[in-house]
Design a protein around this ligand. Structure first.
Ligand code: F6P
Length: 321
């Protein structure tokens, strides 16, 4: 039996540990592992290679993905999916493990419907925005990178009695910003899911400045598109010199944390075990719920959008109102 792995969409720390564990685990189960380079584009173009231990040794600590990634438009066209199927057939591959987000899972589900190629999706995105899973690979590493950056920015902010605005990634989801604001104890947190009361925040911050507050830390999720507005508000409404830092792609790279390496191992072993079970069918996603890996259908993952936990929103309410 042959199973191939690929990485798709935005990369994240934890992908390389998952690739290594996939190859090692397949070989231990007498399954032939294959690597597909360049995401879904690679299935179309046939950049597929049989893997051995040597191909994946020394990558546990590396960020990014040695398989590279892509956001494929071509895969949504039948003719390219047919070409992709023919490429898999050449290698005798009839099962896939894909690390990525729900868009990539949807694309492979079309492929399954066309040609019956079973697959398991592993949620891997720093955005943590996939419905039905409490955790997506890469999130812990991204949060630690944001924490380090916030700690460093706080140092210089306090030296100059300034306000600092830090923009985090996450697309439409405020998870990275919310957790980062809570664990860094910032004064302001702006996320797409909650409307901030800037008048109430201004009253509070002005009074704190009068009482001796020396600096202000704000975390803004990119999905709000409000970074510039928050800087203007701090400068003109609160009257404090302000600097902004857009963290950007630094959040997507870096040495994977212990938690991401462990989660990579759990996700991959569950995925391969499921594919080896001939009684299951179709495309499934391995999700993390109540500290356990479970399987759900692609339809279920796409049936709703990810919601931030109410408990976390309550913890951060003073940073928004
Ligand atoms: O989905 C992951 C993510 O990093 C988002 O947080 C961000 O908006 C986007 O990808 C950036 O994409 P790109 O790498 O194509 O600029």
């Amino acid at each position: 039996m042959s199973i191939a792995i690929l990485t798709s969409g935005g990369d994240c720390a934890g992908m390389n540990p998952a690739i290594k564990q996939f190859v090692d685990y397949c070989l231990a189960q007498n399954v032939e592992p294959y690597l597909i380079y360049d995401g879904l584009e690679g299935i179309i173009d046939g950049t597929i290679q049989k893997a051995g231990y040597a191909d994946v040794s020394g990558i546990m600590h590396l960020g990014g993905t040695i398989l590279r990634s892509s956001r494929s438009k071509r895969f949504f066209e039948y003719a390219y999916r047919k070409q992709a199927y023919e490429n898999l057939q050449k290698h005798g591959i009839d099962k896939l493990v894909i690390l990525g987000g729900d868009g990539s899972f949807r694309a492979l589900n079309r492929f399954y419907q066309d040609f019956g190629v079973r697959f398991i999706g592993i949620p891997a995105t720093i955005d943590n925005d996939i419905f039905a899973t409490e955790y997506c690979l890469g999130v812990d590493t991204a949060l630690n990178i944001i924490r380090n950056a916030t700690d460093a920015i706080r140092d210089t902010s306090s030296s100059f009695k300034r306000a600092s605005v830090i923009e985090t990634m996450g697309r439409e989801c405020g998870y990275l910003a919310l957790i980062s604001a809570i664990v860094s104890g910032t004064e302001v947190c702006v996320i797409p899911e909650v409307e901030c009361d800037f008048d109430a925040l201004a009253l509070k911050l002005r009074s704190q400045l009068k009482q001796g507050r020396k600096y202000i830390m704000c975390i803004v999720a990119e999905g709000t598109k409000m970074t510039h507005q928050v800087v203007e508000w701090l400068e003109h409404e609160i009257g404090i010199e302000t600097r902004a830092t857009v963290l950007g792609h630094v959040q997507r790279g870096g040495n994977p944390t212990v938690f991401d390496r462990l989660m990579a191992t759990k996700f991959v072993e569950h995925a391969v075990d499921n594919l080896l079970d001939e009684t299951t069918k179709g495309g499934l996603v391995v999700v993390y719920q109540n500290s356990k890996c479970e399987f759900v259908t692609i339809e279920y993952v796409n049936s709703n959008s990810y919601k931030l936990e109410e408990e976390l929103l309550i913890m951060a309410k003073d940073m928004m109102h």
